[in-house]
Structures are given as C-alpha cells and as structure tokens.
Design a protein around this ligand. Sequence first.
Ligand code: GDP
Ligand code: IMO
Ligand code: MG
Length: 440
Amino acid sequence: MPAKTAVVLGAQWGDEGKGKIVDVLADRFSVVARYAGGHNAGHTVIIGGKKFVLQLIPCGVLRPDCIGVIGNGVVLDPVAFLQEVARLREMGIHPDGKLFVSNRAHVILPYHRMIELAAENAPGRMKIGTTSRGIGPAYEDKMKRGGLRVVDMLNSALLRTHIQNACHEKNTIARALFGADPLDANKMYNEYARIAEQLAPYVTDTGVLLNQALRAGKSILFEGAQGTLLDIDHGTYPFVTSSSATAGGASIGTGIGPTNIGTVIGVTKAYITRVGEGPFPTEIHDSIGEALRARGQEYGAVTGRPRRCGWVDLPLLRYSNQINGAEWLVVTKLDVLDDLETIPVCTGYKIDGKVTDVIPADVRGLESIEPIYKNLKGWRQSTEGITDPSKLPTAAQEYLRFLEAESCARIGMISTGPDRAQTMWTPEFTAALNNMAVAR
Ligand code: GDP
Ligand code: IMO
Ligand code: MG
C-alpha cells in the first residue's frame, strides 16, 4: 500500500499557486511539512475573501486540525518566523502547539543578507535577481559545514562563539570584496540569544515527529516551495535558488525515506511566469504579456516585483514531470486566459535549426531556443469560479486535454480563481486520494 503522503510542488519557476492547492488539499491531511527554501517563498491562500500570505509557515496551519512542520531542509530566519507567527495571530490563527521547527534546520543570520546584497549589487557580478533574504549564503554555509543549526542556536555558548567567528569572517570578506560596513557581533549575539528563547517552544526533532505520525497511520502533505526550474540541480542554473525544490527534496528535507513518498502532484499555471533574471524561452514581450500580468495579478507575493509572463512550455513541463516522477498535474489560473482568441502552446524547440525537446543544460543553449508553437482555440467566456469540469467551455476542456496528453501526467485539479472555493477535482483524482486513504 502506498504511504499516505503526497508532495505538492511547482512545475515551473515558482508562484504556480502551490499555496492555494496545499490549502485545498490540507483538509485531507494530518500534517503539512515544508522541506526546502525559506522566506523567499510567498504562498497565497484566500479563504472566503480573506487573504493570507505564508512565507515560512506551511499553509496547513490554516486548517484547525492540521499540524505544520518546518523541516530540516528549510533555512530559517528566526526573526521572519516570529513575525509571521505574530501576523497569523493577528488574523485569528493560533499556531502554538501545532507548529514545529526542525532542530536540524539551518539559521539565516544578518550577515547572510549583507553578503547577498553586496554580491548582487557588485559591479561586474552576474545578477540573479534574488529575493535578498540571505537564502543563498545560508545554504552556502550549510554546505561548507560552517552553518548554524536551530539546535545550536538554542545553546547560548555555541551561539556566541558562532556569531563571533562568523562575523569576523564575513565582515572581512564583505569589506575586502564589496567595501561593506561591518556588523557588530556582540549586538547580534544579544539580539539572537533573546530570539532563541522565543523560538525554543517550537523546536523539536521533526524527523522523529513525522516518522511517528506515519507509523500511527497519519497522512502527510509535503509543501514544495519555489519550482522545479529553480531547483539547484535541475533548474536553469545559475538562475536558480539554492535548495532542492524537486520531489527528492521532500525526502532529504524532512527525514522521511523515499519509499514513503506516496504520490507527487505538480502544479502548473495555464501559462507560465518567472520572477528575477534568467532564460525564459516562451516569454511574451508584447502587450499580450502585459495583459496577462494585469489579469493574473502577476506581482511577487514577497517582493512585489512584476512577474515575466509566457506561454506554456511543454518540453519544460515534461522535464519537470520526469524529474519529479509527478503522477498528477494541477492546472491553476485557467480563468486568466478567458479573454484570449488563440492560446499558443510551445510543443518543441528549434536550436541551431534542429528540432528537439531536450532541455539544454547551458544558459546559452536555453537563450538560443526558438520555440515551436501550436495555436489552440481560446474560449472567450468566463470560467471564473467554475467548479465542475464538465461545465467548462468546450475549448477550455480541449486546452486542458491537450496539456494532459502532452505532459505525461494526469490532470487532477483545475483552479478557476484565487479563492479556496474556486477549485475543481476530476473524479479520478478524488478516487486516487481516497484510495490512498488520506482521510484523517
Ligand atoms: P505559490 O508561490 O505557488 O503559492 O503562488 P503565489 O501565491 O505566489 O502566486 C499565485 C497567485 O495566483 C496568488 O496571488 C493566488 O491568489 C493566485 N491564484 C491562485 N490560483 C488562482 C486561479 O486559479 N486564478 C486566479 N485568477 N488566481 C489564482
Ligand atoms: P514560491 O514558493 C518565484 C527566485 C528569485 C530569483 C531566484 C533566486 O513563492 O513559488 P533566492 O532568493 O531564492 O536566492 O532567489 O529564485 N525565487 C522565486 N520565484 N517563487 C518563489 O517561491 C521563489 N523563490 C525564489 O526571484 O530569481
Ligand atoms: Mg509565491
């Protein structure tokens, strides 16, 4: 019998609507766990018109009976975490007692942000267009075995030594390379020792917690952050984030073995967007792109930056489904295409005059792609809020059938608006979830 677990992840460059879909599905799961990234994520959930944007805290906490876990694969900015808890409380959500932070997660400290900002803005450096949250430098420290873990932050002697040594190193580097002003180690220690006390009640061995939950027959939903094409290994490197956003990350980033991953659900918009720099073969550079941005409200949930818009890229979607072993696909923001007369979909690439759908590993290859498009018929009527697949306009049903046939995964859910209620399920997907017995 498959484990009662599912991964929900982004099949594109992030912002696919994962937050909304996790919130809809969380009703059927006992635990929702984040496994990668940090507060670079912005997951929007709208419930009866009330808007929540979650960055570090899993969307599951919005459901009264669901436990939220921040896994070891996440990089945790403790200040951002406590602010997010406070924001939730103000909105009537009380996560105490049902929100747990891994003692093995790595901590983002002020020098990570300082180094990132200085490096991004340094003359002659390649700009990634990061979220400036210190994510990359924190993962760098983790990988070079120089990071501070949550468990170590709770040990004040270790915290003091770590901050003193790290500030000495980072201040020296930042001054030499970027002329940055030094950070005060003593001030930082005093501040973070206080913060550690506030963080402590949430900290536990979440690997143990999750495995015990599984053994007790509970169900777990893994909430992906970012997207497959931003994955450190499989994304459009170097224009990626610094963690494993793909399905494998769910295992590494939580301590649940890979044989306990029940199914993988990829989320894709009915078009595609990207924030920040990097190649984007199907980007639309004219007024249609601007119209999509306006209609889809394509502005970053975290940074407010305008998102670049483009057409669905099937080679990239197939690639994502392959890397993730995605069985199911969720298509969001179908309603944003409602006005279009024709909808181009990229079915393959021409690179140096040769037709292919192999994704080049190098940025120069990605930039030289000429997308091959098939024009599909638009429906030119509103799909907003439709919750029955058979009530969708015929052309919209054909559009979805085409995406499904070409993407090597089955469409399980379709979203026709930002609200929790504006969602539909296919009978096959409902049956599959029921078969996995992911009821509480
Ligand atoms: P995430 O990072 O993948 O969780 O996605 P974001 O929350 O950053 O961005 C998705 C945006 O699209 C949010 O503003 C959502 O409220 C909105 N959204 C999600 N699904 C739909 C949909 O089906 N239709 C429309 N119009 N908006 C949606
Ligand atoms: P969610 O979970 C969209 C992008 C940044 C930048 C690159 C590296 O909301 O889908 P980083 O700060 O991670 O070092 O930035 O990755 N990026 C995202 N884009 N959605 C996200 O998260 C993102 N998280 C990071 O814009 O291009
Ligand atoms: Mg987002």
